[in-house]
Design a protein around this ligand. Sequence first.
Ligand SMILES: [Mg+2]
Length: 209
Amino acid sequence: MRKKAIIFDLDNTIFPVPQIGYTLFAPLFALIEQAGYHGNEMDQIKDEVMRMPFQRVAQEHNFSETLTNKSIELLQELAYNGDMESYEDYAHIQRLPHDKYIVTTGFRKMQQSKVDRLGLANDFKEIHIIDPTTTKQTKKDVFAEIMHRHGYKPEDVMIVGDDLHSEIKAAQELGVYALWYDKEERYKPVPGVKKIKDYGELLKVLGSL
Ligand SMILES: [Mg+2]
């Protein structure tokens, strides 16, 4: 079945967050260290901040309400103004003839600055930023809304991302083909989820469906 639409995540799917993360999040990391998080836990927090929505990191590390609120206040104002590059295999995505979408979760100003710095507007039909500080919507809601609005059936769509617990899970719940992008081969394979490390493989997968 030929896919009509492909929905991509942004962070660690279009570009590697660690490329900008240490600079971008420096004030946040300082705030968290001041609150008493150090050593191994701090390393883990830094890694997670670059891979999942902040609200999830705060919850998993039992941040106090004060620290969570202060961090969110800071993150709502952060934007990235430096140079950014997409993954080297991004050119494969640019050449795909499909309707392409980005759905990303994060602070609006920050996510918008990444979209702008990467110059993504012309490569995608729609770009959606889900900011958990202003909406209760989930990725699953936005995927479903895109599919409904454009009349895509589940079999018309593919969803691509690096987070098993976010876009991959949502795709599976909607009965949509999920493709797991693991550029750095950080993760062990999981049964039932196709994992790739290069978008050259995406072309092969599309050809095989
Ligand atoms: Mg991601």
